[in-house]
Design a binder for this molecule. Structure first.
Ligand SMILES: *Cc1c(COP(=O)(O)O)cnc(C)c1O
Length: 372
């Protein structure tokens, strides 16, 4: 049996509604700033409960523009995590700012208790990551940020629909960035991103930043970027945002099933599911757990046609780009994240999986550890 990681062919197996909307757009040819982009922004704001949503070119740009909008510039320090996708830190580096890392918790979210010690007079912002779709403890983090008068930009790139006690992530800080990359839970046919904010001042700044700093066709207030959400991508986004609640619930159900099966007593000494925090809606952009002899299990699953993966084998502070950027981190600096790199594995968890595929995955995990 094959259990693929990607579900895109299933997701877009009946593309007629999207193609019809694209054909209709061709009668107008508003390829940038089409009405579909505004429609999508309104949908997105409504869905996340934010006052404002802004389409941008990618999730990375959503973070970069947000950081810039809250005042981060060259040489400023931004506190973030080392256990994340490289783009989180890339967004900081693109602004010439300095990433300052903290470690992760056992459940892969930012260890908020380390943030205060990482703050210096040079700190200009905090960038928590709702990594794998699991919300950071934002209540605790916002308290620290408030005490130090620091803005918070949330990396919610892989966390659409994630929430804490019903409040969607991206609404806790001054801004939240989301990615519409094909691999994310709400995706389009290429690159795209969204920023949400509840601050009119941040919104106004972002409106300028995403479009060359232009306040009108002929007046540029600041130097900005070329980072818009294409109309064709917004059309795909409008089609999928109607489904994102169902997509999310299916992923959560699949994850709950894995949680239950992997917690079975026969597997106890071999695998471990991290704690699930009460009141936190984890949306399982990635389903990750701890596995003994991880590399062996990875090979066993892949040989059986199951596309398991590792996110990621190398934490960001161990990447050459950090050394080449002048950062002085070394092995052992973030033991929790480094241990995760060696011991975690990711299973396919997407909404198109069938029960027999979930069963097959579990059977193959058991087969690896339990010698009959
Ligand atoms: C995907 C992702 C990004 C980058 O988003 P892009 O749209 O690919 O630029 C940033 N941070 C995290 C945590 C992500 O998962």
């Amino acid at each position: 049996m094959k259990v693929e990681y990607s579900y895109l062919k299933d997701q877009f197996a009946s593309p007629e509604p999207i193609l019809d909307a694209m054909r209709e757009q061709l009668t107008r040819c508003e390829f940038t700033f089409g009405k579909e982009m505004v429609e999508f922004e309104n949908h997105f704001a409504k869905y996340t409960g934010a006052k404002y949503a802004l389409g941008v070119g990618s999730g990375t740009d959503a973070l970069k523009l947000s950081l810039k909008a809250v005042g981060v510039g060259r040489g400023d320090e931004v506190v973030t995590v080392t256990q994340t996708f490289i783009a989180t830190v890339g967004a900081i580096a693109e602004l010439g700012a300095i990433p300052v890392f903290v470690d992760s918790n056992d459940d892969f979210s930012m260890n908020v208790d380390q943030v205060e010690a990482a703050i210096t007079p040079g700190t200009r912002a905090i960038l928590p990551v709702h990594y794998s779709g699991n919300p950071v403890d934002m209540k605790k983090l916002m308290k620290i940020a408030g005490k130090h008068n620091l803005p918070v930009v949330e990396d919610a790139c892989c966390a659409i629909s994630a929430a804490i006690n019903g409040k969607h992530v991206g609404n806790f800080g001054q801004a939240g960035g989301f990615s519409l990359h094909p691999l994310k839970n709400l995706n389009v046919w290429g690159d795209g991103g969204v920023v949400i904010t509840n601050s009119k001042a941040v919104y106004d700044k972002l409106i300028l930043l995403r479009n060359h700093g232009l306040a009108t066709r002929d007046d540029a207030e600041i130097f900005g970027y070329n980072s818009r959400l294409d109309t064709v991508q917004a059309i795909v986004g409008n089609y999928l945002i109607e489904q994102v609640e169902d997509i999310t619930n299916k992923r959560i159900a699949n994850a709950n099933y894995y949680d239950r099966e992997l917690s079975a007593s026969v597997l106890k000494e071999y695998v471990r599911v991290p704690e699930r925090k009460k009141g936190f809606r984890h949306v399982y952009h990635m389903y990750m757990f701890y596995a003994k002899r991880r590399d062996g299990l990875l090979k066993h699953l892949c040989d059986a046609g199951i596309e398991a993966k590792v996110h990621y084998p190398k934490a960001v502070h161990m990447q050459n780009c950090c050394k080449n950027y002048g950062l002085k981190y070394k092995p052992g600096d973030f033991p929790v994240a480094e241990n995760q790199c060696k011991n975690i594995i990711t299973l396919p968890v997407h909404q198109h999986l069938r029960q027999e595929q979930l069963d097959y995955v579990i059977a193959k995990v058991k087969e690896f550890y339990i010698v009959k």
